[in-house]
Ligand binder design. Sequence first.
Ligand code: SF4
Length: 172
Amino acid sequence: MLRVGGLTRLSASDYPGKLAAVVFCQGCAWRCGYCHNPELQPARGKAELPWTRVVSFLERRRGLLDAVVFSGGEPTLQASLREAMQEVKAMGFLVGLHTAGMVPRRLAEVLPLVDWVGMDVKAPFEEHERVTGARGSARRARASLRLLRASGVACELHTVSRAGSAPGRAPA
Ligand code: SF4
């Protein structure tokens, strides 16, 4: 089951032009210095929400919300992401994804289910590993970008300034 560290029940700013619920997936393998959601970094959170409760909430929002956005943490770290997206899609919601491009092979697996992607490019690629504190992060982000471009799925790229300021929304 998807490990969920938090839920925003209504957002008008996380999926372009749509009203969405935002599911914050627990766990992130990178350690960006400017991270605004450090409580989502550990693989297990102190205040996790059972996925079944998220599903019950979404059942009651059919017809009221347009989309469900999977954010984080880093959603692509979780093997159950695809199954969770399938469940949400079957309920009639659009599926959004916020990602930093951490796990290209899982991104490839879920892209056929996704209607819109917001990808955070954490830094210029030559500085990427310094910013994320993770070896190989630039390679992973580049590979994800290539997949995203080839997929034709609607997307936005978000960048963070060299000065290291925080992104304008909850980071992926
Ligand atoms: S990738 Fe996102 S969640 Fe992970 S440390 Fe960086 S800003 Fe935080």
